[in-house]
Write a protein that binds this ligand. Structure first.
Ligand code: C5P
Length: 257
């Protein structure tokens, strides 16, 4: 069955979360994932906890953004709902507390899909272009997820050669990523914000490619349309101040979903 036809929220709507059964299976820089140990009806589910920890430059810079976990859980939940309304399924089921969301447990593709509309960050540096230059069409980069290697950029021929994933699944994910770019660019534009670039991750759920991870100011570059002020994690990366205020602004914009 196509993922778009799955009745996602009806299928596993949890009556109650039993916290005694939560088993930590992963802790990353910004999130902790738990599975529901021993609960047969929740074997396909995960609980994601959003932390306040902030890192940059592959972990070289570390800090805390007060309440980031709450902001990112709210923003990501809202954006997953917005995308679902537009026909894009994700692992998101529901927000269950200030810092927690319930999701499907996907088999992740070990790839970061970076979509870019405007030159910034690593691409501006690599291509020798000024930050702020708009591309003639969106750029999509595939990066192999590896902290050790610094998430190197790869191309499609690496997928089969290194047995990274089925190239057909990566192609589907790329199509979805470009569709998401159109939806998010329009949504944020209507709210006076430019989507400069963002990173997405995908996984397989019942053999369907599905959006996973998070969509937050940690993983996006967002600029104010009038002032070009940054409203994202670059405020932390580049010590620009008013970091919490930036996240709060995105919470407000997305909260209608
Ligand atoms: O650093 P770079 O310019 O390559 O980042 C491009 C976009 O992808 C930014 O929005 C950044 O926040 C996001 N990104 C991410 N996680 C990474 C690498 C990039 O969220 N590991």
């Amino acid at each position: 069955m196509e993922a778009s036809k799955l009745k996602l929220t009806d299928e596993f709507m949890p009556a109650k979360i039993n916290r005694d059964n939560l088993k930590k299976i992963y802790e990353g820089k910004a999130k902790i994932l738990y599975e529901f140990s021993g609960e047969e009806d929740k074997k396909d589910l995960l609980l994601t906890y959003f932390k306040d920890d902030a890192t940059a430059f592959n972990g070289q810079k570390k800090g805390t953004i007060v309440k980031k976990g709450e902001y990112n859980n709210a923003i990501s939940s809202s954006l997953f709902k917005l995308l679902k309304n537009k026909g894009i399924n994700s692992h998101f089921i529901e927000k269950i507390s200030e810092r927690e969301m319930l999701t499907y447990h996907l088999k992740m593709l070990p790839i970061e899909f970076i979509v870019r509309n405007i030159a910034a960050g690593s691409l501006a540096k690599k291509m020798g272009v000024e930050e702020g230059v708009k591309f003639l069409s969106p750029v999509v980069e595939l990066c192999f997820k590896s902290d050790e290697l610094g998430d190197p950029m790869i191309n499609k021929t690496y997928l089969k050669a290194f047995d990274i994933c089925d190239p057909a699944n990566a192609a589907k994910a790329e199509d979805i990523a470009l569709n998401i770019n159109e939806i998010l660019s329009k949504f944020f534009d209507d709210n006076n914000i430019i989507v400069v670039d963002f990173k997405l991750e995908f996984g397989l759920y019942k053999n369907e490619v599905m959006l996973a991870d998070e969509i937050t100011p940690d993983s996006m570059r967002l600029w104010d349309k009038q002032t070009m002020e940054k409203v994202d994690k670059d405020r932390f990366r580049r010590d620009l101040g008013k970091v919490e205020e930036a996240y709060q602004r995105i919470v407000e914009i997305t909260s209608k979903y």
